[in-house]
Write a protein that binds this ligand. Structure first.
Ligand SMILES: C[S@@+](CC[C@H](N)C(=O)[O-])C[C@H]1O[C@@H](n2cnc3c(N)ncnc32)[C@H](O)[C@@H]1O
Length: 210
């Protein structure tokens, strides 16, 4: 059983370097057991590349390594990253400068559900590795759909041995999904299509509005 002594914000606020290194210096263990992390990055990149100079919203942008990868490998005109862990934002800002893409992005500290985006919308929005920590996934996906013009990408962990181990190790709450739940969650999002792509220990979805 998970101890649940931290919020997801507290949990992630001390793990920016650790998470960045899953991409920057992947260990043998990471390559073997964290395939889903790399699959969701690749699916999101492919989706961003489908559009012409898209604007991108990276929800729960973490250390910003994905944000930078997407900017460097697409013609995205602008990316906004939002994360409620201050150390993640700090890391992402420095990393974007170091990688020469700071002029095409901005990172803001805030809770996606509470932050007022002031009617700003984005061609593509992504929540990679985020629904794992969301208690009210229905409201979250609805807000995601509302701020997206073209496509939104999300990852969803399934139940199973990996989830049992995560719940044992993690000190914050972790949530899991089924394909049926994922379809139900998207039902009220006003979308034209939904791709559900299996990724180890879960799925990555691409929902298209037009
Ligand atoms: C597992 S990390 C993934 C980081 C990044 N998306 C990636 O794939 O490399 C999850 C991130 O989501 C953030 N997060 C979770 N719920 C959030 C919310 N409601 N608003 C903003 N950030 C959130 C956490 O702070 C954490 O940095």
């Amino acid at each position: 059983m998970s101890k649940h002594i931290h919020t997801a914000q507290q949990y992630w606020d001390v793990r920016s370097e650790l998470f960045a290194n899953y991409y920057k210096k992947p260990s043998f263990f990471d390559k073997l057991f964290r395939q889903a992390v790399y699959t969701r990055t690749a699916v999101a990149l492919k989706t961003i590349q489908e559009y012409d100079r898209p604007t991108v919203l990276d929800i729960g942008s973490g250390p910003g390594v994905n944000s930078v990868t997407w900017l460097k490998n697409s013609d995205a005109s602008f990316l906004l990253g939002i994360d409620f862990a201050a150390s993640m934002i700090e890391y992402a800002e420095k990393y974007a400068v170091a990688e020469g893409v700071a002029h095409r992005c901005k990172f803001i500290e805030g809770d996606f559900m509470k932050h007022d985006l002031d009617h700003q919308t984005f061609d593509v929005s992504v929540a990679a590795g985020v629904f794992d920590y969301i208690e009210d996934a229905r409201s979250f996906i609805k807000k995601m759909a509302a701020v997206t013009n073209k496509a939104f990408v999300a990852s969803w962990p399934s139940n199973g041995i990996r989830m049992v181990l995560r719940r044992y190790r993690y000190t914050c709450s972790v949530y899991h999904y089924s394909e049926k739940t994922i379809r139900e969650l998207h039902a009220s999002c006003n979308i034209k299509s939904l791709d559900i792509i299996p990724a180890s220990g879960g799925w990555v979805t691409v929902a298209r509005k037009k």
